[in-house]
Write a protein that binds this ligand. Structure first.
Ligand code: APR
Length: 315
């Protein structure tokens, strides 16, 4: 890519600041902008990270702003603006508070960065992606919900902890909604290339799959707020694949038009992600039980998107 690569991150809270830091450290963009509504917060965090540059040796320009004008010329906009979960809350409980934020934010993205790719991190992810599409009208290849990368990473992490094998040699895939009914796919997961069910005993594997499903909640219980390092790193992994045309195969939440038997919903599926954003939706074969779980997960996404419409949250 010629010229400066620019990533803007809306929401300079836990996820936003971590994403900015990871993007700088990894050198995936020359310009990183943090935007928040809280006065001075993004400016302070950006300045702190700029002062870290001489120590860690990165050279991105990191800028903080309270103005959406700063979105101009962004290649990628990452949306982390919104409330995180508190203990006892489901992601869906955030709907009423976070959809209005997405409505506002997406309007600004449309006005100030009309050619950008949007990566959505804020929850409830599936509904936030739906709202972003409705407000911006951006083409399907330019709106990507991120959580499949996170859910797959959690599955990988737990498999690594169980097998004591490096995560580098573990491949794990989790599809469906970003909720407790997500679908960790054991048939597409492996340890050193060996199918996971040949390496991990059934009872242990079932426990790992269940722990993956509620992996976000486990962190909320520990921290009193939701996870941020893995969500931040996952969103930057996606941004990097777009900016450097890596063509990774990653589980992302994209708008489906009949793939996997699902229409007009953002659901987590494997995609090829490169300079055109969503370059290919990959349809893998699932056995009957995974198919049923995937359908249940997609039904849940439909319910929450219907709730957005019914409550008139985008009007
Ligand atoms: N425009 C810009 N920033 C906003 C807006 C807005 N309209 N509304 C809220 N924010 C900012 C808040 O001021 C806050 O700084 O979003 C930031 C959110 O930060 P945190 O409260 O630390 O939340 P975080 O842990 O980063 O999670 C953000 O990502 O993973 C998801 O579930 C999580 O929905 C949550 C989101």
């Amino acid at each position: 890519m010629i010229g400066k690569r620019k990533i803007s991150i809306i929401g300079a809270g836990h996820v936003g600041e971590s994403a900015a830091f990871i993007a700088a450290l990894k050198g995936v963009a020359e310009e990183i902008v943090l935007i928040d509504i809280v006065p001075n917060l993004p400016q302070g965090k950006a300045l702190d990270m700029m002062q870290t540059a001489p120590i860690l040796g990165y050279d991105a320009q990191i800028i903080g702003s309270n103005s959406y004008d700063a979105l101009k010329d962004s290649d990628i906009v990452i949306v982390t603006a919104g409330f995180p979960r508190k203990p006892g809350m489901s992601r869906d409980d955030l709907l009423g508070k976070n959809i209005p934020i997405m409505k506002e934010v997406a309007g600004h993205i449309k006005n100030h960065a009309p050619n950008s790719f949007v990566i959505i991190v804020a929850n409830p992810l599936d509904a936030m992606s739906y709202a972003c599409k409705k407000v911006t009208g951006f083409p399907d290849n330019r709106i990507l919900g991120f959580a499949g990368v996170l859910d797959s990473a959690r599955f990988s992490c737990f498999l690594s902890m169980e097998t004591k094998v490096s995560t580098k040699d573990i491949y794990a895939m989790t599809l469906g909604s970003h909720g407790d009914d997500m679908v960790p796919l054991q048939s597409y997961s492996s340890v050193g290339g060996v199918p996971v069910n040949q390496v991990v005993a059934k009872d242990k594997l079932d426990a790992i799959i269940q722990r993956t499903r509620v992996g976000g909640g486990e962190i909320v219980k520990l921290l009193g707020t939701s996870a941020y390092w893995a969500p931040a790193a996952g969103s930057i992994m996606m941004a990097e694949s777009i900016l450097t045309d890596k063509k990774r195969i990653l589980a992302c939440h994209v708008l489906l038009h009949g793939e996997y038997g699902v229409k007009d919903l953002f659901v987590g599926v494997p995609i090829k992600i490169g300079k055109n954003g969503v370059e290919e939706i990959i349809e893998i074969k699932m056995d009957a039980s995974d198919k049923a779980l995937f359908q249940k997960s997609a039904d849940h996404v439909k319910e929450i998107c219907d709730a957005v419409d019914k409550l008139g949250l985008l009007k």
